[in-house]
Design a protein around this ligand. Structure first.
Ligand code: CTP
Ligand code: CA
Length: 231
């Protein structure tokens, strides 16, 4: 399909977008976090609203203004993001997981600020794995027929190229679409531009989205979601 920049092809649809990066606290003042700015998720929310959708934006630690006409739910941790996304997904035609949830959290959070030891020793931080929200959504399917979309920021490594790792992740996650971007060098973080390849579980040819504003990638993603909606 062609990009529907002004049409209302998502009217009557409820979509959920997650954005930003979660934080996992070590103590009241420190956390483990990541470099996600939330720009791509906010662009997705704005684009969906412009195309007539009812939009719930689950926003993790983003410092951008609320998009007009969008319901914003603020979260900090991956556990909170999971709860907010699953609650909103119960009535959603599509969920797009643009957020970067922390994969691990400290096994315990210190109630008091952690102090330096006098002997110069350093603490060891023990971590446990967070729930995988996308995997859970895709495998439990709260709304049959809802289009579930993941993102994969890959650098490629000894085990495979960016696209090979993306294809493996699509299969593992069980989602319908996976938006793969190459983050080698870290150029995408906080950048107004993005480029990606959209992989589909239904066997459709990958859609290559050339470098451009994050709004353009957002519309390309909604194009792929919209064509998979059951009429
Ligand atoms: N994701 C999620 N819950 C997590 C981690 C990731 O829902 N706890 C989602 C992200 O929002 C994204 C997709 O899964 O849409 C892929 O995230 P990514 O970090 O690339 O996948 P991981 O399975 O965490 O794999 P990796 O080891 O490469 O980080
Ligand atoms: Ca991860």
């Amino acid at each position: 399909g062609t990009s529907a920049l002004t049409g209302a092809d998502l009217a009557g649809r409820h979509v959920v977008v997650s954005a930003g990066g979660t934080r996992e606290y070590l103590d009241p003042v420190r956390f483990l976090g990541n470099r996600s700015s939330g720009l791509q998720g906010y662009a997705l929310a704005r684009a969906a609203a412009a195309r007539g959708a009812e939009v719930t934006l689950v926003s993790a630690n983003v410092t951008l203004p609320d998009p007009a006409g969008v319901k914003v739910v603020r979260v900090e941790t991956t556990a909170q993001l999971r709860d907010a996304v699953l609650e909103a997904a119960a009535g959603a035609d599509s969920v797009v997981m643009a957020a970067a949830p922390a994969d691990f959290r400290p096994t315990s959070v210190s109630e008091a600020k952690i102090k330096k030891a006098d002997d110069g020793s350093s603490p060891t931080i023990e971590l446990e794995q967070n729930p995988d929200v996308l995997h859970e959504l895709a495998h439990h399917r709260p709304v049959p027929g809802a289009v579930i979309v993941g993102f994969a920021a890959e650098t490629g490594d000894a085990t495979g190229s960016v696209l090979e790792l993306g294809a493996a992740k699509l299969a593992r996650k069980g989602c319908d679409l996976l938006v793969v971007n190459d983050v080698s060098g870290g150029a995408v973080f906080g950048s107004p531009d993005n480029e990606a390849v959209i992989l589909a579980a239904d066997g459709a040819e990958p859609v290559v989205v050339p470098p451009g504003p994050k709004a353009a990638l957002a519309h390309a993603i909604w194009d792929q979601v919209a064509r998979r909606f059951v009429p």
